[in-house]
Ligand binder design. Structure first.
Ligand code: 6PG
Length: 235
């Protein structure tokens, strides 16, 4: 694993750096494999990045967009990660609708929807049970408790190793999430973290020794590149 940690001057510089990396990865993926697969982070930090990507003139027909996690709400709910990314980016570009792969949350049963998205990924990447596909790029945020995607401290989702998608749990609220092994199979993972409220968790995540169950972001050790883009913290 190639790990890089970059401390940027402010949020604007962090987003600019993230855009530069994303554009480079998109170019590389399309050149090498004629397609690019990206999984998006939810939350607030990545929104300006998505707005910046939407201004670019890209080979949209070769770009496939997924989500690393999703709140278990309708796609038009204010908390929906899908809704945020569509508003900030996907509704603004001529990307084929079939290139957008949201985590469905309509079954009224998180486990059923998790299994269905798991099957969708296996079909798209042509991988069988026990195999993990490599996304070209997975974007992640980190919460002040050290969670990432919807892998929250001391939850069962942290231990799932035989699935691509599982059900996460935030204070009793179900979420759908990529599993640790799926994230770690990525060619490149970028964490975007901004603000002093992340400092305590970052100290624990970057410490030589620590409790992965308490700080799940420690579990993200991808076989490819790992880049942390930070601002508003000391490292
Ligand atoms: C979500 C995200 C979650 C997020 C972190 C950081 O669905 O909320 O996937 O893991 O990335 O909570 O959120 P902020 O970027 O808003 O700090």
């Amino acid at each position: 694993m190639d790990k890089q940690i970059k401390l940027l001057e402010d949020k604007e510089q962090l987003i600019k750096q993230a855009l530069d990396i994303c554009l480079g990865k998109i170019q590389k993926g399309i050149t090498e494999r004629s397609q690019f697969t990206i999984a998006l982070a939810g939350g607030n930090t990545p929104r300006p990045l998505y707005e910046s990507i939407a201004t670019q003139n890209l080979a949209w027909d070769k770009i496939h967009v997924f989500w690393g996690d999703e709140r278990y709400v309708a796609p038009d709910h204010p908390d929906s990660n899908q809704r945020m990314a569509r508003q900030a980016w996907l509704d603004r570009v001529p990307i084929p609708p079939t290139n957008i792969h949201p985590m469905e949350t309509g079954a009224g049963d998180p486990e059923a929807d998790a299994l269905s998205h798991d099957a969708h990924l296996r079909e798209f990447f042509q991988v069988s049970i026990g195999e993990f596909p490599s996304f070209d790029l997975i974007l992640l945020g980190m919460g002040g408790d050290g969670h990432t995607a919807s892998l929250f401290p001391h939850t069962n989702a942290l231990k799932v190793s035989d699935r691509l998608i599982t059900v996460g749990n935030k204070d009793g609220q179900p979420r759908l999430t990529f599993t640790v092994p799926l994230i770690n199979q990525a060619r490149c993972v970028i964490f975007l973290a901004a603000g002093a409220d992340k400092q305590a968790a970052l100290d624990q995540v970057f410490a030589k020794k620590g409790d992965e169950m308490n700080y799940p972001s420690r579990l993200i050790q991808p076989q490819g590149e790992l880049q942390w883009l930070l601002t508003g913290v000391n490292i």
